[in-house]
Design a protein around this ligand. Structure first.
Ligand code: ATP
Ligand code: MG
Length: 423
C-alpha cells in the first residue's frame, strides 16, 4: 500500500503538483507503527485527479476526496482544503481548496497534522507535530476551544489517541475538553459509538483500554458518552481484562458497566440478576449499537451472571451454560472480577471442570424430539417444551445413555405425569 501511495505521489509531482502522505499514516510511521491506511494530500483538484489517473472514484466531491485505484490498492487522495462554519457542530458550512499549510491547520491535533514526502524522505511540519510526537503530547492545532466547538467528535478522538499511544493531553487542550464535554451529545450517536468501539477493539492493549475509560471519566465525557450521570470510579474489572483475542469491545463495555454500576458483592448480584437490562438499553442508545453488538454485550453479562451460580448448577445446567453464546467472553469477564469474593473459588473450579465437561460434549443433538412425544399420544402444547427440556437435561447429565433409554425415560415421565393420560 505504501508503494501505491508513493507511486501516486510520484505521478502527481511529475504532473507539477504538490503531493504528500498526510495525517495518521505519517504519525504512525514516525512512531514505528504500521499504518492502517495511507492517505495522500495534494494540490491537484478532483477534476485534475480524474484526468491524471484512469481508475478513480469520487467519494466526497464537496470535500475534494478521490479514491484512486493503483497496483491493486485503493488510496484516498484529498485535495488540500480549508474548512469553516461548523454551525451544526458536525459538518463544515464551507470548504475551499488551499495549500498544504492551511490544510494542516484544519486537522485536529498536531501529531495528526504532519505531511511526508516519501520520495525526498522529508517530513513537512507546519504545526509542531514532530516535537509533540517526540514528547508524547496530544495538543489541538490552534485554539482548542474553537477547534472542539467545530466538531465535538474531536473530544473523543483526543482521548483515543492519548490512550492508544500513552500520551499526555496538553493542559489547555485537556481543559477545553472538560469544558466542552457536555456538548458531545450534539453529534450523532453513531459517531460516538464508533469512537468507543475503536478504543476498546481487541487489538488495543489492556492498559490502553483502561486508560481510555479513565480519561473519559476524568474529563467528564462519561455522562454524555454513555447517556448517564458522571461517575468517579476505579476500573478494576476493565483493568484486569487480559490481552486476548476474545476480549472485544462488548467485553470491555460489560466490564466498564460493572465497574460503574456494581462495584461490590452487594451491588453486583442484584445488578446481574435484573439491573443491567435498563443500563443496557441506555448504553445501546447512547452508542447506537447494532443488534449484534447489543446481543454480544447482553450475552456476555448473562454468562457472567450464571457463572456466579456455578455451585448451584447440576451437570445439565453447567453444560447448558457452557453452550451459551459468548461463554468464553463471559468467563473472561467473570475471572476479571477477582476482587469479588465469590469469584475466586468458582474460577478455580472452572479451570478443572470446564475441560472435562467440554470433552463430554455440551450441546449434543437431542435424542428426544417433538415427534417422539406425538408418537406417545400427546397433543402438541406449550408443555412440550418442558418435557423436551427435561429429556435434554437427562441426556446432558447422563441419566440416560442413548436414544433408547431416553425414549423409555420420557415415556415413563409422560405417562406418569401427563394430565391427558391420567396417572
Ligand atoms: P487512525 O489510525 O485511527 O485511522 P487517523 O489519524 O488516521 O487515525 P482518520 O480518522 O483516519 O484518523 O483521519 C485521517 C486524518 O484526517 C487525521 O490524521 C487528521 O489529520 C484528519 N482528521 C480526521 N478526523 C478529523 C476531525 N474530526 N477533525 C479534524 N481533522 C480530522
Ligand atoms: Mg486513518
Amino acid at each position: 500500500m505504501l508503494d501505491a501511495a508513493t507511486k501516486i505521489i510520484l505521478i502527481l509531482k511529475d504532473a507539477g503538483h504538490v503531493a504528500y502522505l498526510a495525517g495518521g499514516c505519517v504519525r504512525d510511521r514516525l512512531l514505528g507503527i504500521a499504518p492502517k491506511d495511507y492517505d495522500v494530500a495534494t494540490s491537484a483538484t478532483p477534476p485534475q485527479l480524474s484526468a491524471i489517473f484512469h481508475n478513480t472514484q469520487l467519494v466526497g466531491e464537496a470535500f475534494g476526496v478521490v479514491l484512486v485505484r493503483l497496483m491493486g490498492c485503493h488510496i484516498e487522495v484529498a485535495t488540500f482544503r480549508t474548512e469553516w462554519g461548523y454551525s451544526d457542530g458536525r459538518r463544515p458550512d464551507g470548504v475551499a481548496f488551499t495549500d498544504a499549510e492551511h490544510d494542516a491547520q484544519r486537522r485536529d491535533f498536531t501529531i495528526n497534522g504532519l505531511f511526508e514526502d516519501p520520495i525526498e524522505n522529508k517530513i513537512i511540519d507546519y504545526v509542531g507535530g514532530q516535537q509533540d510526537l517526540q514528547a508524547g503530547i496530544i495538543r489541538a492545532i490552534g485554539d482548542p476551544d474553537k477547534r472542539f466547538n467545530e466538531d465535538y467528535l474531536r473530544l473523543l478522538r483526543a482521548i483515543r489517541f492519548a490512550a492508544r499511544m500513552g500520551f499526555e493531553i496538553e493542559t489547555k487542550t485537556a481543559r477545553a475538553i472538560r469544558n466542552h464535554a457536555r456538548y458531545l451529545g450534539q453529534i450523532s450517536r453513531e459517531r460516538i459509538g464508533i469512537e468507543v468501539d475503536l478504543m476498546f477493539a481487541n487489538t488495543v492493549e489492556p492498559v490502553q483500554r483502561q486508560l481510555a475509560a479513565k480519561l473519559i471519566q476524568d474529563l467528564h465525557l462519561d455522562g454524555p458518552t454513555l447517556n448517564e450521570d458522571h461517575r468517579d470510579v476505579t476500573l478494576p474489572t476493565l483493568g484486569a481484562l487480559p490481552d486476548h483475542q476474545d476480549v472485544d469491545a462488548a467485553v470491555c463495555l460489560a466490564a466498564w458497566m460493572l465497574d460503574r454500576h456494581a462495584r461490590n458483592g452487594l451491588e453486583l448480584l442484584p445488578f446481574l440478576a435484573q439491573g443491567f437490562e435498563r443500563t443496557m438499553t441506555q448504553w445501546r442508545n447512547a452508542l447506537s449499537m447494532s443488534n449484534e453488538q447489543r446481543d454480544a454485550l447482553a450475552n456476555t453479562l448473562r454468562v457472567t451472571a450464571k457463572l456466579m451460580q456455578w455451585h448451584e448448577l447440576g451437570i445439565a445446567g453447567k453444560k447448558r451454560l457452557l453452550a451459551m453464546s459468548r461463554f468464553a467472553q463471559g468467563r473472561i469477564l467473570f475471572e476479571a472480577m477477582k476482587e469479588i469474593q465469590i469469584v475466586r473459588p468458582i474460577a478455580d473450579d472452572l479451570r478443572v471442570q470446564v475441560p472435562i465437561l467440554l470433552a463430554q460434549g455440551v450441546n449434543p443433538q437431542p435424542w428426544v424430539g417433538g415427534s417422539d412425544l406425538i408418537e406417545l399420544g400427546l397433543k402438541p402444547s406449550p408443555a412440550f417444551g418442558d418435557w423436551l427440556d427435561q429429556a435434554y437435561d437427562a441426556q446432558l447429565d447422563g441419566t440416560v445413555c442413548d436414544r433408547q433409554q431416553a425414549l423409555a425415560w420420557i415415556k415413563l415421565k409422560v405417562l406418569g405425569h401427563s394430565p391427558d393420560k391420567g396417572g
